[in-house]
Design a protein around this ligand. Structure first.
Ligand code: NAP
Length: 249
């Protein structure tokens, strides 16, 4: 175990599965005490157990990020944190005419409003200590349209802009804000993309494959660490690279 983050506390939203689970384990392996967030108490307990089995420290707080009051309770129960990873996100796929008001609200509330509320609640403490790091989860769909993912992309494009706004607003006071923009990644959430769905998307990248959650998490962990001390306001693509346009033979 490295101790680059010892003495620091990190809140990782959506740490009961996928990329968030991988980030929680990596931050704990660097010595951070991790507040594991999600809704599913059983998977929350398993994440905590996995961290403890690896020699780390963690506790679970359940909250529904679609409810702003519950997000505020999550922040209160997390207490003072030095690192905030706004990872939890939802990405239902539906064409415009099939999208309900409830679908629209859920994506905006979970993907955009919840990070905003967590920043309102937790960044004042970081500013008071003169140090902190926030990493938001974006997506390639925030900058390139994806079929049926317009609202999702819009919610994450909003988060990208907030990332840059906060980087400017708070950077000089010691708190850095960055985002990671993953390409297709093999998680619980992408498992239902159909037979070979995520792997087929992975083949459209220059690396020709989908990512493992750990490959996204390592970029997030880096941005949250002192090793990234001069990186602020970046939206880091971790997407296997976009392929070159090749001449038709
Ligand atoms: P995932 O496997 O679907 O896991 C989502 C996590 O978010 C779970 O821990 C889930 O917790 C939590 N969550 C979802 N809705 C919630 C809500 N209303 N309240 C509280 N927690 C909630 O997700 P993932 O694929 O790892 O994606 C993580 C992030 O990366 C997301 O922001 C996503 O947009 C982004 N991303 C993913 C990909 C990809 O290919 N996977 C690509 C680009 C960007 P519970 O199940 O415990 O409720």
């Amino acid at each position: 175990m490295s101790n680059g983050l010892s003495g620091r506390t990190a809140l990782v939203t959506g740490a009961t599965a996928g990329i968030g689970y991988a980030v929680a384990l990596q931050l704990a392996a660097q010595g951070a005490e991790v507040v594991v967030h999600g809704r599913d108490a059983e998977r929350g307990a398993k994440t905590v157990q996995d961290i403890e089995n690896a020699g780390g420290r963690a506790r679970f707080v359940a909250a529904d990020l679609s409810d702003a009051d519950d997000v505020r309770r999550l922040a209160d129960e997390a207490g003072e944190v030095d690192i905030l990873i706004n990872n939890a996100g939802i990405y239902p796929v539906a064409p415009t005419f099939d999208t309900t008001d409830a679908d629209f609200d859920a994506q905006i509330n979970v993907n955009l409003r919840a990070p905003y509320v967590l920043v309102q609640k937790l960044v004042p403490g970081m500013l008071a200590r003169g140090e902190g790091a926030v990493v938001n989860l974006s997506t390639v769909a925030a900058s390139t349209p994806a079929d049926g993912a317009g609202i999702y992309g819009a919610s994450k494009a909003g988060l990208d802009l907030l990332t840059k706004s906060w980087a400017d607003e708070f950077g000089a006071r010691g708190v850095r804000f960055n985002a990671v923009s993953p390409g297709p990644t093999k998680t619980a959430g992408t498992a239902d993309f159909g037979p070979d769905g995520i792997e087929a998307m992975g083949r459209t990248t220059a690396l020709g494959r989908a990512a493992d959650p750990d490959e996204i998490a390592s970029a997030i962990t880096f941005l949250a660490s002192p090793a990234a001390s001069y990186i602020n306001g970046a939206i880091l693509d971790v997407d296997g690279g976009r392929p070159a346009i090749r001449p038709v033979a």
